[in-house]
Ligand binder design. Structure first.
Ligand code: HEC
Length: 137
C-alpha cells in the first residue's frame, strides 16, 4: 500500500512539472521565455529599432537604394551612419527636408524623390528610421 501511495505522489509530481513547462511563455520563434531579470533587460531594446527596420524595408522603400554594406543607388547604411555619427547630425531631420545632405550632395536629387514618402510619415516614424540606420557600424 505504501508503495502505491508513493507512486501516486511521484506521478502527480510528474504531471505538475509537465504542466508547469506547458504554461511557459514562448516568443515568436517558439522558444521558451525565461521569467528572470536577464531577459527583461534584453527585451528593453529600443522599440523604435524594430519599427525602423520595418519602415526601411517596407513603406519607406529605402532598401531599393540603400544596402547595409555596399553602395547601390545610394550610399550604404554603414557609410551614412558613420558620417552622421561623426557630424552628430540627424537623419530624422534630413528625411523631413530640414537639413542639407552631408554624405553625397551630388546625388541629392535622387534621394529627394523619396521625400514624398518620408515627409508624409509621422515624426516618430522618421525617428524610428534614424534609430535603425544609426544602429549600423
Ligand atoms: C531612389 C533611391 C533612394 C531611395 C528610395 C532612398 N534613398 Fe536615401 N539616398 C539616395 C541617394 C542617391 C543618396 C545620396 C545623396 C545624398 O547624400 O543626399 C541618399 C542619401 C541618403 C542619406 C544621407 C543624406 C546626406 O546627408 O547626404 C540618408 C540619411 C538617406 N538617404 C536615408 C534614406 C531613407 C531613410 C530612405 C527611405 C525612407 C531612403 N534614403 C530612400 C537614394 C535613395
Amino acid at each position: 500500500m505504501k508503495q502505491i501511495v508513493k507512486s501516486i505522489v511521484v506521478f502527480a509530481l510528474a504531471i505538475s512539472v509537465t504542466n508547469c513547462g506547458d504554461k511557459k511563455e514562448t516568443d515568436k520563434y517558439g522558444n521558451a521565455v525565461e521569467e528572470n531579470t536577464e531577459t527583461t533587460t534584453e527585451t528593453s531594446v529600443d522599440p523604435l529599432l524594430a519599427k525602423g527596420q520595418e519602415l526601411f524595408e517596407g513603406k519607406g522603400t529605402c532598401t531599393a537604394c540603400h544596402k547595409p554594406d555596399a553602395k547601390v543607388v545610394g550610399p550604404s547604411i554603414k557609410e551614412i551612419a558613420k558620417i552622421y555619427k561623426e557630424k552628430e547630425a540627424s537623419i530624422a531631420a534630413f528625411i523631413n527636408e530640414e537639413s542639407k545632405p552631408i554624405v553625397d550632395p551630388s546625388q541629392y536629387d535622387t534621394m529627394k524623390t523619396n521625400f514624398a514618402i518620408t515627409k508624409a510619415m509621422t515624426a516618430e516614424e522618421r525617428k524610428a528610421l534614424e534609430v535603425y540606420m544609426m544602429s549600423f557600424e
